[in-house]
Design a protein around this ligand. Structure first.
Ligand code: SAH
Length: 492
């Protein structure tokens, strides 16, 4: 049976600006055919087994001719159920989506079009420019400045010179000088507000804002790169006041975020504030092969202590793999390090009897020491390695069960420079130290000029040992850390 080709608009760049329907289709794509401007975060939405074909085009350098792309789509529809043709912005706005549909129609291949948010509109919004504004711009006109052999394919400059509509030109950065000259020659006033928006909606967005007579020089001075939009008209001036995107607290700040797990919540929180986050997977947590065996040694324990969310997660993974469930803790008192660990336990239907306020193993051990009776036995659940010495001083037998371990990822530290580096655990610090050493340098040297922030005192200690001067938020959790970075960014 013949599959369907879905022409899906990927939106202007920010992966959050994909439509719900687009996401649905990407998540079940058997084959994905995509362009150069599509970011990696969208490509990751496709299932692991999905065939991915990059037909990326650079201006003046077509890696695959259009006719060949059309043939490829039809061919893939013969092999797969769901073929997603992912295109930047909206598929029908200068994306040659129409040509692809005509070809598919001719070949009898079923197709659907999923509109996308076009950069022509969203890019201006990200520069704070309302593309229409009552009393200022009654409409807008979108053109391409590219690919037109006869100098803009008969664009009527005289007419464009007269209108107050917002004029948006795509693919025009390299001809900006010529475009503004022709508009000026046609009588458009030199003081008409104009802006160039490069990499719109991305954390690396940059804009040039001035007037028609100077915009080319200004874009040049700033060294703006494509993809870029040219916006001209009276409404463009509103962008000076409404520049919400670039005024976010962490806008443009480069943040190195070494990760040990798949959790990207902190990265998202930082990005919401405008940061350009470089999340690098430096290591991966995996179940400890002996987890269940060591947990069994703790049978008969009167207390079980969990020191992290990961400990909880891998404990239950080991139990499930062994055919057991939460009942293996029946009658056992449960201690959790901090509220996050307690919350993780609740997800498995267990309420901690004791939650340490301090966010360290020492804190939990010290507080638990008061709870222990003479004949208690404690099962301590944590990562591979020896438990911290503090657990020896509890005065009762402690059975240590490592349920997960940290395996290094083959990766490298991104080049930098960074404004911030954020470490969420001691193992991320150690792993980055090893990566810096492999480059023949030190972590401190690699992060020179960046403010380095720590999640929690244990991480901070590891950072100090690595020669870094950690900054810490005054309370635990991600939001205080994000607020701290925002505050520091505002100070310099
Ligand atoms: N179909 C796309 C446009 C494809 S043409 C859409 O609807 O957005 C490619 C041109 O779009 C680029 O040369 C540039 O002018 C513009 N463009 C696309 N993404 C952009 C972005 N994030 N920032 C600025 N311009 C962008």
């Amino acid at each position: 049976m013949m599959g369907t080709v879905y022409l899906v608009g990927a939106g202007p760049g920010d992966p959050g600006l994909l439509t719900v329907r687009g996401k649905e289709l990407l998540e079940k794509a058997d084959c994905l055919v995509y362009d150069r401007l599509i970011g990696p975060r969208l490509l990751e939405l496709a299932p692991a087994g999905c065939e991915r074909i990059d037909v990326g085009k650079t201006a003046g350098h077509h890696t695959m001719p259009q006719a060949e792309i059309c043939r490829l789509l039809a061919q893939k529809a013969g092999q797969h159920q769901t073929v997603v043709r992912l295109k930047g912005g909206d598929p029908f706005v200068f994306g040659r989506g129409g040509e692809e549909c005509l070809y598919l129609k001719e070949q009898g291949v079923p197709f659907e079009v999923v509109p996308g948010i076009t950069s022509a509109v969203a890019g201006l919004a990200a520069a704070g420019i309302p593309i229409t504004h009552r009393g200022i711009a009654r409409g807008f006109r979108v053109y391409t400045a590219h690919d037109l052999a006869d100098g803009f394919g008969g664009l009527d400059f005289a007419q464009l010179a007269r209108t107050d509509d917002t004029l948006v030109l795509l693919m025009g950065l390299s001809r900006l000088e010529e475009i503004s000259r022709r508009l000026l020659q046609a009588g458009k006033p030199g003081h008409t507000p104009a802006a160039i928006i490069s990499r719109a909606t991305l954390p690396t967005q940059r804009t040039a804002r001035s007037t028609l007579d100077t915009i080319a020089a200004e874009a040049d001075r700033l060294g703006l790169e494509s993809p870029a939009l040219i916006a001209i008209g009276p409404a463009v001036a509103l962008g000076q006041q409404l520049n919400w995107f670039e005024n976010r607290p962490l806008f443009g700040r480069r943040v190195l975020l070494p990760c040990t797990g798949p959790d990207r919540r902190l990265a998202r929180l930082l990005e919401e504030q405008g940061a350009a986050v470089q999340a690098v997977q430096v290591s991966r947590l995996e179940p400890h092969p002996e987890a269940w065996a060591s947990l069994c040694k703790g049978a008969g324990a009167s207390w079980a202590a969990f020191t992290s969310r990961n400990g909880v997660k891998f404990f239950f993974e080991a139990a499930r793999a062994a055919g057991a469930d939460a009942r293996c803790l029946a009658g056992v008192q449960i201690a959790a390090l901090g509220p996050a660990t307690a919350k993780a336990l609740e997800q498995y239907g267990l309420r901690a009897d004791f939650i340490s306020p301090a966010a360290t193993g020492e804190g939990l051990a010290a507080a638990l020491a008061d709870e222990m009776m003479e004949d208690d036995r404690l099962l301590l659940v944590g990562p591979e390695g020896d438990p911290a010495p503090c657990w020896q001083s509890l005065g009762v037998p402690v059975i240590y069960a490592p349920v997960y371990r940290n395996t290094a990822e083959q990766t490298a530290l991104p080049a930098g420079p960074f404004d911030f580096a954020v470490f969420t655990c001691a193992s991320a610090v150690e792993r980055c130290q090893a990566l810096a050493a492999a480059e023949g340098t030190t972590l401190a040297a690699r992060l020179s000029g960046a403010a380095a922030a720590a999640m929690g005192p244990v991480t901070a200690r590891a950072m100090e040992q690595a020669g870094l001067a950690p900054i810490q938020a005054d309370s635990p959790g991600y939001p205080p850390l994000v607020r701290l970075l925002c505050r520091l960014a505002a100070e310099n």
